[in-house]
Design a protein around this ligand. Sequence first.
Ligand code: DGL
Length: 259
Amino acid sequence: MNTPIGLFDSGVGGTTIWRTLVRLLPYEDTLFLADSIHAPYGEKTSEEIIALCEKNTEYLLEHNSKLIIVACNTATTNAISHLRAKYKVPFIGIEPAIKPAGLYSQTKTIGVLATQSTLRSAFFARTCQQLFDKGIHVIKQEGVGLVPLIEEGRINTPEMIELLEKYLQPMIEQNMDYLVLGCTHYPYLTSLISEILPEKVRIMDSAEAVAKQTQRILSQNQLLTENKATPSHLWLTNKNVEILQSFAPTGVQVHYENF
Ligand code: DGL
């Protein structure tokens, strides 16, 4: 089917998922919504997050999305069951990759950096319990303040480094050997984080898993495009076009839209 894959996030973070997705599915059209006017979702209640997810979903459906990727851990962990119950389109969600990290961990201690609303969700608590039952210790750290700085384009700044050191140091001291990036904004911090972490700590995110699951679901539902021409990629923001543009590779159209 030659209609776009829709994606949304509270802001620019979803573009980290988009990048991996288009590498795996190079002929698919995409339509990405950065709901930056409402970022951060991570400090909102589940009810507020659900309402924002409905708004984004309805916009993507009105623009013919054949499948929707909830490119946000906070939105997925708080709203995906609700979205699946309410709308017919297939949804792909993203959750912190603590299961694979727990599987590979030698020290049986992993860390997860994510938003407050993700770490406090019932959805995340269930996955955490499964790891606890297998003897894996999960250190949870809320990344308060990181998303607003990324949304302002202030990534390589002293404030960012100070926050990351404050959050990561206690996790390092507890002997974690995997750090899970549980927010789609955080892959933009990978090089700063690598400078703080000891070499033995591996960094993990879920982008690859999401892209593969999208390919699988499109194929199962016979929704893969038949097009072999250059695809169209449209990124929309309801806040600052220059900021979103600064994250966009060539070939992506970036516009303001009041969704
Ligand atoms: N990018 C989001 C996530 O994956 C949410 C960030 C936020 O708005 O707090 O959790």
